[in-house]
Design a protein around this ligand. Structure first.
Ligand code: FAD
Length: 503
């Protein structure tokens, strides 16, 4: 098909991409956003845009025959996952050999499916992870800008203290305190005023109706409602959905040409076309951006890309674990799907852990305290392309999780000892108490200041930028999207000031 041409193209519509799209639009740069997933806007026959976690249907997952939820089993029974029809659902699980990575698919990327936890990292850790970035400027300007734009708010402690929907978090909090540990409220982009109205029955329930990893029908300020809405509001930004960028090559006179595959809801190819642009912003996520760049390097299309590309990948030290509570201390059948509390033991000298108290929104009493622990695992993986299939391969061995498991175990052994409780072995298959074979926080692949310059520019290829989680080298110590957003704000400000000419 004949190619379209735009001054700027943004690939993907997650955090980095949405920041780039808004700031380009505000600067008057006509910009096309290409997103491989759906626009989640039209309610289906049941009146809902997204399906819940208790009754997943084809809307749940990206072209799968069966859901692949993080909790595999309950009491060793295969009761969690369901067969579904193949469809461009909101959550994808990319299964590499020894690590599975959850990502969002659709307009808004990970913001559609994530827990909304909006955490700014400890400054000392940020400085350690990204020493080349001026932390003063980040903490003074870009973190506050990101939080304001994302709509970050906090739960009312009084309401938290009394609602049955956070009993699970209060139980886990008290047990942490019993072990001498500190807990902290975790800010979120879910509207807590809305959540309180859900409890009163004034509005349709979402967080209080077990909605989260397959999308929230209400309450969550996902990117389509914040950055992307503002970007489209500039009148300079347009969006093409179900459009996957397959490859990138340079245009002889400058700029880039993208090969784009458009699919329908059955996954059938509707069209293949080319789009050209002068400025290209890659926001396809840690996996997507790295894959596109590796493909362009390997094919010789973008020979300037160096050896650092594909390095510095990590799962943000993610480990999931569950504890069993005493029958006289129930966690509650009613649980808000949005986590609001964490055990903060990041200052531990040898085993730093930031552990979110996660819900088990099963609709029944399970007696489980579930946690997503973020640890400071120094292990890193690398990406390469499989020579036979051309697909992305992640070199990450399961054993590389050992430091993360050791840290999580150190913390939860203390909690168990102080409360006379034990682990749950029935949740993740294979009688394991710790799940480190999947992650929610893929980071790296195109590390800032190594695979790119200090602002995400790719070497040797003017006008080509990485803007997303691929820039963060494997760990940030807390949930990552506030950092991804703030870093994207910082980088795009510099790029607009120095590189981009309008008109
Ligand atoms: P993404 O948000 O991953 O967006 C990339 C987009 O690009 C996607 O929409 C994808 O469909 C699209 N894309 C990819 N390849 C192509 C291509 N070739 N062509 C066109 N489009 C493409 N983080 C937090 O901070 N707090 C949380 O509470 C939290 N909870 C999470 C819970 C879950 C279940 C998951 C999966 C993640 C969670 N995260 C959380 C992580 C967070 O969502 C991600 O770190 C974040 O979304 C990454 O942002 P990004 O800009 O790198 O790209």
């Amino acid at each position: 098909a004949a190619g379209d041409s735009f001054p700027a193209v943004v690939v993907g519509s997650g955090y980095g991409a949405s920041v780039a799209a808004l700031r380009l639009g505000e600067a008057g740069v006509t910009t096309l956003v290409l997103e491989m997933g759906r626009l989640w806007e039209e309610p289906a026959a049941d009146g809902k845009v997204f399906c819940g976690m208790l009754n997943p249907d084809r809307r749940s997952m990206w072209f799968k025959d069966r859901t692949e939820a993080p909790l595999d089993t309950l009491l060793w029974l295969d009761v969690v996952n369901r067969p579904i029809d193949r469809y461009p659902g909101a959550l994808d699980r990319v299964n590499f050999e020894e690590m599975s990575v959850y990502v969002g698919r659709g307009v808004g990327g990970g913001s559609l499916v994530n827990g909304g936890m909006a955490v700014t990292p400890a400054r000392s850790h940020f400085e350690k992870v990204l020493p080349g970035v001026d932390a003063d400027e980040m903490y003074r300007t870009y973190f506050p800008r990101a939080r304001a734009m994302l709509g970050v708010n906090s739960v009312d402690p009084d309401w938290f203290g009394s609602t049955p929907y956070y009993r699970y978090a209060r139980v886990a909090r008290d047990q942490a305190h019993q072990a001498g540990l500190t807990t902290a409220y975790v800010p979120n982009v879910y509207d807590f005023g809305y959540m309180e109205r859900e409890e009163r029955g004034d509005v349709a329930a979402s967080a209080l109706a077990s909605e989260v990893i397959y999308g929230n029908n209400h309450g969550k300020r996902s990117l389509d409602k914040t950055y992307l809405a503002a970007a489209l509001g500039t009148g300079k930004v347009t969006l093409r959905t179900m459009s996957e960028v397959e490859s990138v090559r340079p245009e002889p006179g400058g700029g880039y040409v993208l090969a784009v595959k458009e699919i329908d809801v059955n996954g059938s190819v509707v069209s293949r076309s080319e789009v050209s642009c002068r400025y290209l912003f890659l926001g396809a996520g840690s996996l997507g951006t790295t894959e596109l760049l590796l493909r362009a390097r390997e094919s010789g299309a973008l020979p300037g890309l160096g050896e650092e590309l594909g390095t510095g990948w990590g799962p943000n030290g993610n480990i999931m674990t569950g504890r069993a509570n005493h029958p006289w201390n129930p966690t509650g059948a009613r649980q808000s799907a949005i986590p609001v509390l964490a055990i903060d033991d990041w200052n531990h000298p040898t085993h730093p852990v930031f552990a979110e108290i996660a819900p088990v929104p099963a609709g029944i009493e399970t007696g489980i305290s579930l946690y997503l622990a973020i640890t400071d695992n120094p292990e890193r993986g690398t990406f390469e392309l499989d020579p036979a299939s051309g697909k992305l391969r992640l070199n990450w061995r399961r054993g590389q999780n050992a430091p993360a498991v050791a840290s999580a175990k150190s913390l939860f052994d203390r909690v168990n000892r102080a409360n006379g409780t034990s682990y749950r072995y029935d949740l993740f298959g294979d009688d394991r108490a710790f799940a480190g074979d999947f992650c929610y926080h893929p980071l790296g692949g195109c590390p800032l200041g190594a695979a790119t310059d200090a602002y995400g520019r790719l070497p040797g290829h003017p006008g080509l930028y990485a803007v997303d989680s691929s820039l963060i080298p494997g760990s940030i110590g807390v949930n990552p999207f506030v950092t991804i957003t703030a870093l994207a704000e910082r980088n795009i400000a510099r790029v607009l000031a120095e590189d981009v000419t309008t008109g």
